[in-house]
Design a protein. Sequence first.
Length: 406
Amino acid sequence: MLDILIKNASELVTCKSAGPKTGRDLDALDVVKGGDLAIKDGRIVAIGHLNEDAKKIIDATEKAVLPGFVDCHTHLVFSGSREDEFALKTQGANYLEILKQGGGILSTVNRTREATPPQLLAAALARIRMASDYGTTTLEIKSGYGLDFQNELKMLAAVRCLHTNRRMESVPTFLGAHAVPQEFKDNREAYVREVLRMVEEFRRQSLAEYCDVFVEEGAFSAKEAETVLKGAKACGCRIKLHAGEFSDIGGVELGADLGATSIDHLDYISEEGMRLMAEKKIIGVLLPGVPFHLMTGHYAPARRIIDAGIPIALATDFNPGSCPTLSMQMIIALACRYMRLTAAEALNAATINAAYALDRGDRIGSLDVGKQADIIILNIPNHRQLPYWFGMNLVERVIKNGRIVK
Ligand SMILES: [Zn+2]
């Protein structure tokens, strides 16, 4: 007896792939029309036209069935919000100007340091519920609003508490090198040493899978990032970088050299950087919600990035300053409008390729026999309607690990 049988979906969009999708393959979706999908013990056990008994049968007539979204880049644990800064931005102030005035990341650092662990966890749980309602079944969460041992530990401990959440798998990333805290602003070298001490200890406690560095003017140089990431690798962390968000200062080349799992943002990237990423098969995580919210109008050159052969993923970059949304549906809508992705490209980027950006492509990110049953059912008859309707929640049901959570 099956646990769940999803019957008669107008489209089962499988996003199946043996590796991260690139080039023309990225535009190909394996779609089963009028198909059924069977779930048992948390796994997908059959796809096709099925006639088995199940404890629960879901009629998916006129609905599209997809793998759950994988949001492979978020800063979900933080305290407070920055609507004042948003108001300033609408009046024309830019991100770096706000940062220089002590706003930006550091204002969230202050709020997060003040928050108690239960407060931080309660806010994170509310956000997990919202992301889940919008169809995300796995998300990565970065630290980086503590910027000292005790507060980075507090953030990563909150992420660990989320591990038991039945709606969501959370993947922890240490981002101590997000900004230089006030108390180290005249001694950056000492802060880099402190980050190295933290990564070693957090790794020892298995609190972080990845180490990430924000490579940007006003944040960390490629040289500083190299020190941090080499130290992280030495203690067994896989690595990610924020690079090319506002300028290209060598983060891409460094990430390629060190064998990063993904390099994220890429709004600014050189031809050479693209060539290196394609050669090393590093996933480029594109975050169109950021230029949208910041109103810069400067989006990653996604068509050129795809043509260069780089596997791309899409993510929210959910954070209180530069992208306050948890909706992967909105991100897909933006990617199609501003980066000119096709619906198929955006869907593969938000599911299977995003799963590979978290080294989980063999377990999640597609509808495939043997894979974990992380599935969403959308109230639309075909996948091409997903980017077309925007700003509305099209997700009707969410199945996580074979359990109905919405
Ligand atoms: Zn980010």
